[in-house]
Design a protein. Sequence first.
Length: 686
Amino acid sequence: MFFTPTYIYSIYFDALVGFYNDSITFANYFNLIKTIIMIQITLPDGSIREFEGSVTVMDVAKDISEGFARNVISAKFNGTTVETTTLLTTNGNLVLFTWKDDEGKQAFWHSTSHIMAQVVKELYPDSKLTIGPSIDRGFYYDVDFGEKSISDKDFVTIEKRMIEVARGKHEYKMRAMTKQDALTYYKSINNEYKVELIENLEDGTITFCDHDTFTDLCRGGHIPNTGIVKAVKILSVAGAYWRGDENKKQLTRLYGISFPKQKELKEYLELLEEAKKRDHRKLGKELQLFTFSSKVGQGLPLWLPKGAALRERLETFLKKAQKKAGYEMVMTPHIGQKELYVTSGHYEKYGADSFQPISTPKEGEEFLLKPMNCPHHCEVYNNMPPFSYKDLPKRFAEFGTVYRYEQSGELHGLTRVRGFTQDDAHIFCTPDQLDTEFKNVIDLVLYVFGSLGFEDFTAQVSLRDPENPDKYIGEDENWIKAEQAILSAVQDKGLDYVVETGEAAFYGPKLDFMVKDALGRKWQLGTIQVDYNLPERFDLSYKGSDNQLHRPVMIHRAPFGSMERFIAVLLEHTGGNFPLWLMPEQAIILSISEKYEKYAQKVLSSLENHEIRALVDYRSETMGKKIREAEMKKIPYMLIIGEQEAKNGTVSVRKHGGEDLGSISIEDFAKLINTEVKSTLKEFIV
Ligand SMILES: [Zn+2]
Ligand SMILES: [Zn+2]
């Protein structure tokens, strides 16, 4: 329970009266106060620790263990970020974070942004500070440098001074300030940005953070002291509009990152280098997979022949497995009447932020570019002869291209686009079939990931918030069934999963797959979602064994997510070295001289007969140059042919990366390729 101040006061008063009445002794009086205001701090494992009156966050950590406390850098109390110095005076739930936790990193990086701001102010006294949050990886600070400008040449000076400041082990101290005082302070130093920020804050909620000689308007969430920051790097500088508004002043955004160990910074910088090499936009261009044209429009990828062929291979692969799993392909148009999305509810929810309706010139009809395939698939269901329970489940699949408006500044390669193709399917089943259907979909997703070399992934189960049942549509009983179906499915399949309570969509619980790529970065790919809403809105039904009409349950699922995003992630994960079955070219024939052109031709047609994708480099270039170029194109196998090979009917095999497999017959090479393909691309077994 919570002790409210009045409650404490009244107990205190009773105790005091008791003391004066001499009915209890002085010592007893203090004992009474003590026992009455013990506070209980509940830790994430459910254990409860009691403290007298009040306790700082750090002292709770020390109470757990001194060793653990040394690593604690930030905390949350009752869901709110607090400082490690915060005095806790009520019962509540405390979560302590170290550098290993995301929340710890956020506090670490945000705290470093204060150090950077201090140094910027020292080196550029006329600059004006605005905001400096932590981000996914690191932090930034937006600064108005006035007449001055800053470039990467200045980074080292800033970094050096930051480390000097950090070594001072200055504590971060929060301090409350009245709105008037805060405004007076920033007006006196001519910082109109902070003045604007403060004007939008409520008096009584304004706090500053001090460390060393520096102070800054801040809500809080810091590490204990600057000394924990051992390594910093200013990563880049960019322009950013004040408050993200292009009509406002352009500021300079300094991006940085920091670590508790020099070694971690070094590793991070190496990772960044590797990530740059693997950037899917760069690889996509080098491997001639896709491009963008400003004439066609931003965020609308154009697939080049090799990219289109790659996509087709992925689609064929999934179609084949889906067919085995009982899916039926459907095809629906790229636009739909506005009314369709009014029925589905998408118009009300997203209409204002989407591509606006297209209207017909004469009849005044309104159409929308399709933002999702589900409404169309509901109408497919509705317009087929009525289904009975014996016909279900119906599984409609489509590689459906959808269009969603994204602000131009948000677009990024293939991962944030305005037009993309989902490997979509909707399963319509009875509530009793949900369990099996869900498990089958997981099998399919695991098959897809396995065939493409994604081994490191976690599943995220999103359930509804039991405190707010009104937020969700659908019957309680069905929700319980669906949530249990998902949980039992992930347990059954032995998946590494986390449960996020309250993260379900309003229309149903879901399961998302997060994959870690070769560089340890997390991506959200496949998704499986249960939906009670659309069957309702589209009035879908089937005849049950009782001869009555019932509502089917709908499952949305997309193992890839979207073709665009999936290929982007696959490119960055593999660095362009796709599994052999997917490679645009599996082998290249390199002839030592033009004399062996005829034999090269023979090797090529023989490989084609074995359904191996190969090409010949006939150019009269040096072998060294031909090999280098084949390496650049990431072609897995190079087949070098000269006099010996032509005479013996063999090829000399060199693998991408340099491994020499020696001279083997064409037949053996074909076997080698097919064995390797089969080792990753197994048959999907239902
Ligand atoms: Zn701060
Ligand atoms: Zn859907």
